[in-house]
Design a protein around this ligand. Structure first.
Ligand SMILES: [Mg+2]
Length: 351
């Protein structure tokens, strides 16, 4: 079903602004009545990825789920986020049928995960510092600022100076797209960032490797990492010292776990990144974030940061940490009354 949740406040990155969150929720029901849930977290407009929400809904309803029900090959490499929704629903259903949690199934070692609060692009330094102050007051010890050309060193330095006790990172979402000339590497290096995420467009591993070779700040990659092979290549070429692991971008839970294992094997850090998920996608991603290979704080946020009402019981940050749902499967399920009020379209498919 296609659901539309109002965001508490618009969220802006270098890719654009999201004002509502429209996602496809997949509900799989086995013959014995056990149910599995998954979320397709593609965004409303291209930018972060070519895959967008309404097209994902059409693909899931028209091709991917019918292929699954027919017993055929249903994964679509060109639609990792739609594929991840089915992958998660299958994993959730299987874990629920065995009365175990997804996190335990995956080998998760933590029931709480340290979190990093992400602050989107805002119009002024005053608003930025107010947002940072609120997060620090909430107990966060890690902040990540969205940056782009023209909004980079000054905001980062302002937060660094006002909150010297917090760990600070930056995410450019690939916005330095002029061949790297505009990126203020020396100034950014002076700020002691935990990492700099995706400075250059997804396909420019060469620029990331070149910057990685001369900068002290570790380079993290997000949009560039579409597969386990891409993750290995990025690390081996020196383009990344940190991997952002998103089950949605990688096509599912299994691939996300493989990237975490690859990171540990290659000796680099990894963390699970958020996609403005509802509780369904957030819970599944948290199961991955509980793995030992996730060595840095997740940037999955609490329900209340994004939604007045989440689709599930809220998953909230407490003291800068977020709980890994420990119930069967992903540990949460959509609340029927929320599904009814947020649903804008649905389809029922049978084998
Ligand atoms: Mg990112």
């Amino acid at each position: 079903m296609l659901v539309r949740l109002p965001l508490r406040t618009p969220f802006t990155s270098a890719h654009g602004t999201e004002t509502v969150r429209e996602v496809t929720i997949v509900k799989l029901v086995a013959e014995d009545g056990v149910t599995g849930w998954g979320e397709c977290s593609s965004l409303g407009a291209p930018g972060y990825a070519a895959e967008i929400g309404t097209a994902s809904w059409d693909a899931l309803r028209g091709e991917i789920v019918p292929a699954l029900l027919a017993g055929g090959s249903w994964r679509d490499p060109s639609r990792p986020m739609a594929s991840a929704a089915v992958d998660t629903a299958l994993a959730d259903l299987d874990c629920r049928s065995r009365h175990e949690s997804l996190a335990a199934r995956l080998g998760g070692s933590r029931s709480w995960v340290e979190t990093c609060a992400v602050i989107g692009l805002v119009p002024s330094l005053d608003e930025l510092l107010a947002a940072a102050s609120a997060r620090v007051a909430d107990g966060y010890r890690h902040l990540k600022l969205k940056i782009r050309p023209g909004w980079d060193v000054e905001p980062l330095r302002a937060v660094r100076e006002h909150f010297p006790q917090v760990s600070l990172a930056a995410d450019a979402n690939g916005s330095y797209d002029d061949g790297g000339a505009a990126f203020p590497a020396a100034a950014v290096d002076s700020l002691g960032l935990a990492y700099l995420e995706q400075p250059f467009p997804a396909g420019r591993l060469d620029l990331a490797a070149e910057l990685g070779a001369r900068a002290a700040t570790p380079i993290a990659l997000d949009e560039s990492i579409g597969s386990v092979e891409a993750a290995r290549r990025a690390v081996q070429t020196g383009a990344a010292r940190v991997l952002n692991v998103k089950p949605a971008r990688l096509g599912g839970i299994g691939a996300a776990c493989e990237v975490c294992e690859a990171a540990a094997g290659l000796g680099v850090d990894a963390f699970v990144g958020g996609m403005l998920e509802t509780g369904v996608g957030r819970a599944a991603a948290l199961a991955v974030a509980s793995l030992p290979g996730c060595s840095l704080p997740t940037d999955l946020g609490p329900s209340s940061r994004y939604f007045v009402q989440d689709l599930t019981e809220p998953i909230e940050v407490c003291g800068g940490r977020i709980p890994v749902p420990g119930g069967e499967g992903i540990g949460v399920a959509p609340l029927p009354e929320r599904l009814a009020s947020f649903r804008v379209d649905h389809a029922v498919l049978r084998p």
